[in-house]
Design a protein around this ligand. Structure first.
Ligand SMILES: Cc1cc2nc3c(=O)[nH]c(=O)nc-3n(C[C@H](O)[C@H](O)[C@H](O)COP(=O)(O)O)c2cc1C
Length: 242
């Protein structure tokens, strides 16, 4: 074997290792809802954000903004939202609509399956409104994670920029996973945008899109709960040989 061939084979093997590692990180990320309270240093979050900012965005406008909360600041936010959840939940509503009111059948079925799997895993009957509300409340403690992010976007931007924001959020979660940390994206924070705005001095033009809890998972990645549709259910291949 020539020296060049050896180098090329070596590079292919290195590429395969990197590819496998990336695949593992993507497939190993899951919505974690139980964290250890082991602290995550500011430096680690800075590293995560430094790499996450390489998310693509239309015309490179980079429409994301994050408020990174830890310690007493995170506690204050949690306390205020928990109180609102308990005492005035009906008075709060998100500034944007996450789900279509009339979910087409395919998505409705998946949402119902999510409910069965999720509440089933917690031993909560779907009709048990009180237990479900108690579980929802855990969102506002960032599920016990030491770091919570509040993600906002400029309301003057269009739907395309929300695509960009989604890529950024995924990058944050993958960069965290690559460091042995898990995360949970949480749209439920958007409901309490007024409280968050006042506590974090979020400017009027910014809309609260979601939160992200980040920390060490109490459960292992082997506990992934949510299945995915097979590729042939969502991909249409055109022009490939049979
Ligand atoms: C934008 C977004 C918002 C979400 N909001 C919440 C939330 O408010 N609370 C929660 O517990 N999970 C939330 N999730 C997590 C989803 O339920 C979870 O990603 C989905 O069930 C698939 O599970 P997996 O991420 O573990 O694969 C959200 C996910 C996304 C992408």
């Amino acid at each position: 074997m020539s020296a060049l061939e050896e180098v090329l084979i070596g590079e292919c093997k290195a590429d395969a290792v990197v590819q496998t590692r990336i695949d593992e990180i993507i497939a190993g990320r899951f919505a974690c809802r139980e964290f250890c309270d082991a602290p995550v240093p500011r430096r680690t979050i800075e590293q995560i954000l430094r790499v996450a900012r390489f998310a693509p965005s239309g015309a490179n406008i980079q429409p994301w903004h994050v408020y990174v909360l830890a310690g007493a600041a995170k506690y204050r936010v949690s306390a205020a939202l928990l109180e609102a959840h308990e005492t005035s939940s009906d008075e709060h509503v998100s500034e944007y609509k996450y789900y279509a009111s009339d979910l087409p059948d395919r998505y409705l079925r998946r949402r119902q399956e999510f409910g069965r799997l999720f509440y089933g895993s917690l031993g909560i009957a779907q009709a048990d409104v009180e237990a479900r509300s108690y579980q929802t409340a855990k969102n506002y403690t960032f599920f016990g994670a030491p770091v919570g992010l509040i993600v906002t976007i400029d309301r003057r931007l269009e739907i395309g920029s929300w695509l960009d924001l989604g890529m950024f959020v995924q990058n944050v979660m993958l960069a965290a996973a690559g460091r042995g940390l898990q995360s949970c994206p949480q749209e439920t924070f958007s409901k309490y945008h007024q409280i968050l705005r006042s506590l974090l001095s979020i400017p009027e033009e910014q809309m609260v899109v979601c939160g992200i809890s980040i920390g060490r998972a109490k459960v292992s990645t082997m506990d992934r709960l949510m299945p995915r549709a097979e590729v042939d259910e969502f991909a249409t291949f055109v022009g490939f040989e049979a």
